[in-house]
Design a protein around this ligand. Structure first.
Ligand SMILES: CC(C)(COP(=O)(O)OP(=O)(O)OC[C@H]1O[C@@H](n2cnc3c(N)ncnc32)[C@H](O)[C@@H]1OP(=O)(O)O)[C@@H](O)C(=O)NCCC(=O)NCCS
Length: 155
């Protein structure tokens, strides 16, 4: 398994990987409508647009894309950044791929220049991110609108 920068040629396969992961892994925590909305907002076209504004990576098993993750400046800040679009295919979860994606993101210049890094976390992934050293933003342990936790790490 290796992690490399995303290119636009990866967009279609990455979008399909995210859609599968949302439908299988996240559907236990979210209604179908929310899952389908999220799939639409991670279409190939949307990923290409997103990649213009953030550094995106893909995790590959051979040629196959099995995970992804991205990092960007937080609303244009030079001292705060945000981790986004982190997914690992269900059949590859629990084997350290997510940890390796976080490792790659934490070597990225958007991470290294930041004093604070935020993650909008799904209900599904919150314990994973806590294991990666991210804590509840402002000590708020309840998800916003019951849908999303805000986590952060200081450097
Ligand atoms: C969250 C996700 C990216 C984690 O990827 P992963 O490859 O399964 O994670 P890893 O195997 O690298 O796990 C790293 C550590 O976190 C722990 N962990 C992972 N998911 C966990 C969970 N749901 N609950 C508790 N611990 C968890 C693992 O046990 C492991 O701990 P260890 O190193 O002590 O053994 C993956 O499960 C996923 O894609 N989930 C669905 C999509 C999603 O919600 N993404 C986040 C959007 S904000």
């Amino acid at each position: 398994m290796r992690i490399r920068p995303f290119t636009n040629d990866d967009a279609e396969e990455t979008a399909q990987m995210i859609a599968k992961t949302l439908r299988i892994s996240n559907s236990k925590d979210y209604p179908e409508q929310y899952i389908e909305f999220n799939i639409a907002s991670h279409s190939a076209d949307e990923l290409i647009k997103a990649a213009n504004e953030r550094h995106m990576y893909v995790a590959c098993d051979g040629e196959r894309i099995i995970g992804t993750g991205g990092i960007a400046g937080y609303w244009g800040s030079l001292t705060e950044s945000i981790l986004l679009t982190i997914f690992v295919l269900p059949e590859y979860q629990g084997n350290g791929v997510g940890r390796k994606i976080i490792g790659a993101l934490e070597k990225d210049e958007y991470f290294l220049r930041a004093k604070r890094i935020e993650i909008p976390s799904s209900l599904t992934a919150v314990e994973f991110y806590r294991k990666m050293g991210y804590d509840y933003k402002n000590g708020i342990t309840e998800p916003e609108d019951g849908m999303m936790y805000r986590l952060e790490k200081f450097r």
